[in-house]
Design a protein around this ligand. Structure first.
Ligand code: NAD
Length: 551
């Protein structure tokens, strides 16, 4: 399937589709595969190991042609990256509906998924890969910045200055870690087994330096820590060897996490396998490879628990490494928590989550205007203002210029209205695509991540993301998706996404008001239902109706 052709979203005001809603889907689909954005565009892989934007190149071509041909009252149906139908609907309906990687419960495991994938019947959609709203590493940067800020608040008096964080993985998502740590004034050592990933993060200014050895990495880290100077250091190696080595040396590590692609054992390099042999071996002997990867993850997580025992702040960063390590025979894998229950759930109770938008013009000045609009809309939110200022200064755009910030109930609708007005007035030169990650307040069931440790034990209830997709479809979103697997792997999550286009029309204003109110409200009601009092307060404050609390 590998094909070296270069895909890049169109820029400017000339449409190749029949309206901006369709054009937006087309540009965001292509943007996902821009070499600046995607990790392996030649294989249609956007991020997260194998997360694809389309099933194969023929599907890519047919999706492109279908979006160009699609009328404003038609809906394109995409089944795991392949366009399977075009139906007459109506102008309030989404222009695209996508379902990716979904399998019936008992069949929802990696061997069955891979069998079907090999037959050409499905593809892995990750979260924003198959739903066409990935915006490069910035997408995860703010969430990672928020998480490390929460670590700093919980344990280090509000700053990571004078601390060393150890983590691994510099891929599409993991690449945000070093910059998120330095934005919180800390020092990061990041272990990565693929040298090209280290170079890419340095090129994109997410990582400061590359150390040639572990000794050099430690030396640089300790010096920067002592001077309370932020610094991020990439070091080439296998985390399953480097973490235990650092532990046995008694390295002074304060925070430990990991973002290798552990959710998919074939995307995790086991100890003893050469980097160059990885893909061929994983393809030739997937079962044997899985066993070896899990054994290595067991060693990796055992070292993380060792750091926990030594007093470090340790958390799972949403890649299922604890469960894989447990499968690999390490019984204490769940001794440390996932990052959502540890730091993020209070934000979810307020309907807060990773809101994002992209400028379809391709003009960075349009994003600068949206940045100003956000600063103007929320003048009292210093945390948000700090993020926007730092992002402006330090984030290099990948593909279409885009911005992310976590906004909650009421805030998202206000931002959507303001953005649509700016498009209508011409201050922003072309429409904006406004979406979010599937990792959001009310759009995901994922017992090892977003819904780990829910107050009422409802972690695995997956009705919520399905209702979320249905409510966004009913509210006027431009494209809506339902995926299985995502960041934590087959059998472990079901989640939904939406993207809505601000094209400056009154119709878009009406749709945006509903979608950007109802979408985060799903998170508020989900947490009210689970018994979170904070969510009840938010529901009351925003007039969100919850029948079981009425009468
Ligand atoms: P990716 O595949 O782009 O990158 C993973 C990186 O890990 C690769 O560069 C790979 O070379 C490296 N790696 C693999 N095995 C290694 C080993 N043994 N030692 C050192 N490095 C190793 O994936 P990504 O998009 O960066 O995502 C990373 C993980 O985070 C995935 O499991 C993903 O599902 C998960 N994820 C988490 C969140 C979150 O919010 N926390 C969000 C999205 C994805």
């Amino acid at each position: 399937m590998s094909n070296p052709r270069t895909v890049r979203a169109a820029r400017g005001l000339t449409l190749s589709a029949k309206g901006w809603q369709q054009e937006a889907a087309l540009r965001m689909f292509h943007n996902n595969l821009d070499p600046e954005v995607a990790e392996h565009p030649e294989d249609l892989v956007v991020y997260g190991g194998t997360g694809r934007a389309a099933r194969d190149w023929r599907s890519f071509d047919r999706i492109t042609a279908s979006l160009r041909d699609l009328e404003g009252d038609e809906t394109l149906l995409v089944q795991s990256g392949r366009p399977v139908g075009i139906m007459r609907t109506h102008e309030w309906a989404p222009r695209v509906l996508l379902a990716n990687s979904n399998l019936v419960g008992d069949w929802a495991n990696w061997p069955e998924f891979r069998r079907l994938e090999a037959e050409g019947l499905t593809m892995y959609g990750q979260m924003t890969a198959g739903s066409w709203i990935y915006i490069g590493t910035q997408g995860i940067l703010q969430g990672t910045y928020e998480t490390f800020a929460a670590v700093a608040a919980k344990k280090f008096g509000g700053t990571l200055a004078g601390t060393i964080t150890l983590t691994a993985g510099l891929g599409g998502m993991g690449g945000a870690q070093p910059l998120a740590v330095t934005m919180n004034d800390g020092v990061a050592i990041v272990v990565e087994c693929d040298g090209s990933r280290i170079d890419r993060r340095i090129e994109h200014r997410y990582l400061d330096v590359r150390a040639d050895s572990l000794d050099e990495a430690l030396d640089l880290a300790v010096r920067a820590r002592d001077e309370r100077r932020p610094l991020s250091i990439g070091v080439l190696g296998n985390a399953a060897e480097v973490f235990p080595e650092l532990l046995s040396r008694g390295a002074p590590i304060d925070v430990v996490t990991d973002q290798t692609s552990a959710h998919d054992p074939l995307a995790y390099l086991p100890v003893g396998v050469f980097f160059e042999d990885w893909k061929a071996l994983a393809a030739a002997k997937p079962e044997e490879f899985t066993v070896r990867a899990r054994e290595s993850m067991a060693a990796h997580v055992e070292a993380m628990v060792g750091f926990l025992d030594a007093g470090a702040e340790v958390f799972d960063y949403g890649n299922s490494i604890r469960d894989e390590a447990r499968e690999g025979g390490f019984t204490r894998a769940f001794d440390f928590p996932g990052f959502v229950p540890a730091y993020i759930r209070p934000l979810f109770c307020e309907g807060k989550g990773p809101f994002r938008w992209a400028a379809l013009s391709g003009d960075p000045a349009d994003i600068a205007r949206t940045d100003d609009a956000i600063l103007d809309l929320f003048p009292d939110n210093e945390h948000l203002a700090r993020w926007i200022r730092m992002a402006r200064e330090r984030v290099a755009f990948q593909g279409l210029p885009a911005r992310i910030c976590w906004l909650g109930q009421g805030e998202r609708a206000a931002a959507g209205q303001r953005f649509n007005e700016l498009v209508a007035s011409g201050e922003i030169t072309a429409p904006l695509a406004i979406g979010r990650d599937h990792l959001d307040t009310g759009s995901v069931a994922s017992p090892y991540r977003e819904t780990e440790g829910m107050k009422d034990g409802s972690d695995a209830i997956a009705d919520w993301p399905l209702l979320n997709a249905l409510v966004n479809t009913s509210s006027g979103a431009s494209w809506v998706s339902i995926h299985h697997g995502g960041g934590v792997g087959m059998g472990r999550s079901i989640h939904a996404g939406q993207v809505s286009v601000a094209d400056g029309t009154e119709l878009a204003a009406a749709k945006l008001q509903r979608v950007l109110t109802n979408d985060p409200a799903m998170g508020v009601i989900r947490h009210v239902d689970a018994g979170y009092e904070e969510a009840e307060r938010v529901a009351d404050a925003h007039g969100i109706r919850v029948p079981m609390k009425e009468g």
